[in-house]
Design a protein around this ligand. Structure first.
Ligand code: S5P
Length: 262
């Protein structure tokens, strides 16, 4: 079972270069924390990334919420990723036909494929969405996650939909390296997926808009996920982002150590 293997052991078994490097990075940095930096100005985004950088393995962006986006932001973010040793995940949640997502991933204002190590997609359109994104991302050694489940109340991503998503990930496992999921799924021979779980908070349970937050220990230890994604728990009003990131890093890592030493 890959849940009981260390990130480093799993990195050695991975063929996708980004997934391999990411698992190595997690072990080297002792972090399974991804911070979701959902802020709307370039300055705020860079400031937050610099503050949480030492504690995270992955910076998760919603680049289209930044009012003053330009390619200089991407250059500076990439430089911060080098400085602090983290990767970048653009949480684009692609959801269109193959030909359209190919254009959305490679072109337009954001040129996501040129800078994001990892991105993600919904399976609603069917297999073509993976084929389109893979055509752009594979030659650049990028990696993708599929949204197999969501953290929000009333999500339709469940049951057959989730199972079909996992099957598609197996079919394209050279590019689809894992899931946004609420738990680890039953494994088949050869599976080595990376599970990332949003909706994580130490202090609050919900935001009044459908978001549901779980404790890092529940996510990593009980549910067998690999990465905790934390947004407002780190940068919300009145919080010290560096101190909170450290707190979440420790909570996530302790739960991981407990899991692999069970
Ligand atoms: O099911 C999901 C999938 C994602 S990627 N639920 C989520 O909340 N997310 C993202 O995780 C969401 O877009 C946001 O960027 C982050 C959660 O932020 P928080 O402030 O609620 O911790």
């Amino acid at each position: 079972m890959s849940a009981s293997k260390t990130y480093l052991e799993r990195s050695k078994l991975h063929a996708n270069p980004t997934a391999k490097a990411f698992l190595e990075l997690m072990e080297r940095k002792k972090s399974n924390l991804s911070v979701a930096v959902d802020v709307t100005s370039k300055a705020a985004l860079l400031d937050l990334a610099d503050k949480v950088g030492p504690y995270i393995c992955l910076l998760k962006t919603h680049i289209d919420v930044v009012d003053d986006f330009d390619m200089d932001l991407v250059e500076k973010l990439t430089a911060l990723a080098k400085k602090h040793d983290f990767m970048i995940f653009e949480d684009r949640k692609f959801a269109d036909i193959g030909n359209t997502v190919k254009l959305q991933y490679s072109s337009g204002v954001y040129k996501i494929a040129s800078w994001a190590d990892i991105t993600n997609a919904h399976m609603v359109p069917g297999e073509g969405i993976i084929q389109g994104l893979r055509e752009v991302g594979k030659p650049l050694n990028r990696a993708m996650l599929l949204l197999a489940e969501m953290s929000s109340a009333g999500t339709l991503a469940k049951g057959d939909y989730t199972e079909h998503t996992v099957e598609m990930a197996r079919k394209y496992s050279d590019f689809v390296v894992g899931f946004i999921a609420m738990q680890r799924y039953a494994e088949k021979e050869g599976d080595n997926f990376i599970y990332m779980t949003p909706g994580v908070g130490l202090d609050q349970k919900s935001d009044g808009m459908g978001q549901q937050w779980k404790h890092p220990r529940e996510v990593i230890l009980d549910r067998g996920s690999d990465v905790i994604i934390v947004g407002r728990g780190v940068y919300g009003a009145g919080r010290d982002p560096a101190a909170e990131a450290k707190r979440y890093q420790e909570a996530g890592w302790d739960a991981y150590l407990e899991r692999v030493h069970q």
